[in-house]
Design a binder for this molecule. Structure first.
Ligand code: NAD
Ligand code: UGA
Length: 470
């Protein structure tokens, strides 16, 4: 099979599909790229002439979209049409944890991947390369191949044969730095059987990435490497968070410990920031998927090992809520607490699995009134995350929450502030002004170790920091 790639279709216009295709379009002006999605609201937002209204907030994304949109990058809900004209199709749809049925709570739900594969089987023409961009359970390529090979769909209406080649090309971008990561990735991984198909995809990346950074493996190594990379990253966070608890008990300081171990080049200094637990749509889902696979392959000890990474993460999150309640004399009923940050990390509007959600829920359950401020997250998004909480709180007279439009608005009259997201603006807050707005004795709980502790204490605010204690 030989491939001449002129048109690409990406199924899924989310946090991965949108930015990834934007960067490919930017770097490959000769390719026509159509990003399609079932969600019309999302497509309309990608097409919004006001670039501040794009559905995904990522530093630098607006500039890339400005250069390519309607030049060689298009967003559309005409899925069948764009599948049928594409030479290469990326599947970049969501793969959340299954909620019911076999594997519920662990296995990834690949129903959207399967649906995409069926659409490709039906509408694609000629020879087409199908690229797994979504993060998938190992062996999913087998499922996709099986669907594509369904015999009754193997011919176009004109009687022409359809041929498919499946590749795995997992995405390693992190939110908040997506454009930087896509423009200058540590590596690009391509797994597949067909050398011609691998070459066709490689030639796209070679437009801006050095060949030494492009790794080629078999399909299963590629699928497993993606799950393993996320599991290792998450494991580092659970490791440092577990040590943060020992620091608080002993008077050791987590920043000093992380600095000391990180200088060992074998350990390295990245991903050693203690915090309120990892959030984001992928770490937990991908580890649980790995756990499910281990159990499936009868490797319960391995499953248990990785399951602990998730358990420590949840423990850390709730441990911090308990510290807050204890420091505030064991009761926060009718106390006002300012929550600074709701996204799962800085520089994104994504709230999926945000550690702020667990802390807010715990504090509402304890009867507190929360004033939530985030520079990028919209009220309706916070509402969705805390919705079930609202229902319970109406029934049981628990605490409540409201959105604040500024830090000062949030902290006015508050007994405590909890920094939950590492937004840069929280590093240089005006503690003198803030201290005058709060109700004494006031507290700052810094779950991200962002602030200058002495500056906070100087203005009479009590301080607690993760892994630093008070
Ligand atoms: P997302 O939910 O933001 O986007 C997925 C999009 O796919 C949605 O807009 C949905 O409407 C659309 N979709 C689902 N089924 C469809 C279909 N049949 N036809 C057309 N559109 C369809 O998800 P995301 O964050 O972009 O993640 C996508 C995949 O990439 C996941 O497997 C995830 O694990 C992986 N991943 C995500 C990140 C990240 O930072 N978010 C990084 C690396 C890998
Ligand atoms: C992560 C990986 O870093 C990406 O390589 C991967 O492509 C992506 O998951 C995915 O598959 O979805 P992301 O979740 O966007 O990216 O962001 P990270 O920077 O990894 O942060 C995840 C969470 O860990 C955040 O809540 C962050 O605040 C937390 N974190 C990170 C810490 O608590 N400490 C650290 O030292 C680093």
């Amino acid at each position: 099979m030989t491939f001449n790639i002129k048109k690409i279709c990406c199924i899924g216009a989310g946090y991965v599909g949108g930015p990834t295709m934007a960067v490919i379009a930017d770097r490959c002006p000769n390719l026509i790229i159509n990003v399609v999605d079932l969600n019309l609201e999302r497509i309309n937002a990608w097409n919004n002439s006001d670039l501040s209204k794009l559905p995904v907030y990522e530093p630098g994304l607006d500039e890339v979209i400005k250069r390519c949109r309607n030049r060689n990058l298009y967003f559309s809900n005409e899925i069948e049409k764009h599948i049928s004209s594409a030479d290469m199709i990326f599947i970049s749809v969501n793969t959340p944890t299954k909620r019911k049925g076999v594997g519920a709570g662990q296995a990834s739900d690949i129903k959207w991947v399967e649906k995409s594969a069926r659409q490709v089987a039906k509408y694609a023409n000629g020879t087409t390369i199908v690229v797994e961009k979504s993060t998938l359970p190992v062996k999913t390529a087998e499922t996709i191949k099986a669907i594509l090979e369904t015999s009754n769909q193997n011919q176009t209406i004109n009687g022409e044969n359809k041929e498919f080649s499946v590749l795995s090309n997992p995405e390693f971008l992190a939110e908040g730095t997506a454009i930087k990561d896509l423009e200058n990735p540590d590596r690009v991984l391509i797994g597949g059987d067909s050398q011609e198909a691998i070459k066709a995809l490689e030639s796209i990346y070679l437009n801006w990435i050095n060949s030494e950074k492009i790794i080629k493996t078999n399909l299963w190594s590629s699928e497993l490497s993606k799950l393993t990379a996320n599991a290792f990253l998450a494991q580092r966070i659970s490791s440092i968070n577990s040590i943060s608890a020992i620091c608080e008990e002993t008077g050791a300081n987590i920043k000093e410990v992380a600095g000391a171990i990180g200088m060992d080049t074998r350990i390295g200094n990245k991903f050693l920031s203690a915090g309120p637990g990892f959030g984001g749509s992928c770490f937990k889902k991908d580890i649980l998927n790995l756990v499910y696979l281990c159990n499936h392959f009868n490797l319960p000890e391995v499953a248990k090992y990785w399951q602990n990474v998730v358990e420590i993460n949840e423990w850390q999150n709730h441990r911090i809520s308990k510290v807050i309640v204890n420091k505030l004399f064991g009761t926060i009923s009718e106390k006002k607490i300012a929550i600074l940050g709701f996204s799962f990390k800085a520089n994104t509007n994504d709230t999926r699995e945000s550690p702020a959600i667990g802390i807010c829920r715990d504090l509402i359950e304890e009867g507190s009134s929360l004033a939530i401020y985030d520079p990028r997250v919209e009220e309706k998004q916070i509402k969705l995350c805390l919705e079930s909480m609202e229902e319970i709180s109406n029934l049981n007279n628990l605490g409540n929450w409201h959105l604040s439009r500024s830090v000062i608005d949030a902290v006015t009259g508050a007994d405590a502030i909890v920094i939950t997201t590492d937004w840069t603006e929280f590093k240089s807050l005006k503690w003198e002004e803030i201290s005058k707005k709060m109700r004494a004795p006031s507290w700052l709980f810094d779950t991200r170790n962002l602030v200058d502790i002495e500056e906070v204490k100087k203005h009479g605010i009590n301080f607690w920091g993760v892994g630093c204690g008070s």
